[in-house]
Ligand binder design. Structure first.
Ligand code: SME
Length: 137
């Protein structure tokens, strides 16, 4: 019998664990490049459902990370003009790209209802999480 977890089930578990364990992580999800299109598609996530299941490259914090290949830490979302609001309760966001063989294939996106909660420790931690995910894909 095949009782191995699928990739999506594993990603869902990671989202659930992070959201349940870290008090400032209120919404945790993965976006991935959608085939050969210049857009991101929402994968597994934990938190409020979002309308933004497809995000064009360049749009919002997520779309900017898809083209910059760099972490994007937003202490105050209201100070960003290229920002896509998913919920009015969100105060801050962090997006860390996910690399497989040096290619930016997606990202982990975390929203917080707490203002300015993210530190370099979060960046290093989420880079580690993404490296583990990359090794499993
Ligand atoms: N705020 C993101 C959109 C995704 S939601 O946070 C889930 C952005 O500006 O790209």
């Amino acid at each position: 019998k095949n009782d191995a977890l699928s990739v999506d089930e594993r990603l869902q578990s990671i989202c659930d664990l992070l959201q349940n364990t870290v008090p400032s992580y209120d919404w945790v999800g993965f976006y991935f490049k959608n085939g050969d299109k210049d857009e991101l598609k929402l994968g597994p996530y934990t938190g409020e459902p979002t309308d933004h299941t497809i995000i064009p490259f360049g749009k919002g914090i997520c779309g900017q990370v898809a083209v910059s290949n760099k972490n994007f830490v937003v202490p105050d979302v209201s100070a960003q003009d290229n920002y896509i609001a998913c919920s009015i309760t969100v105060k801050a966001e962090i997006v860390v790209p996910l690399f497989v063989n040096g290619q930016n294939i997606g990202q982990i996106d975390i929203d917080s209802n707490t203002p300015d909660p993210f530190t370099e420790e979060d960046e290093r931690f989420l880079e580690f999480v993404n490296a583990q995910v990359a090794a499993m894909l």
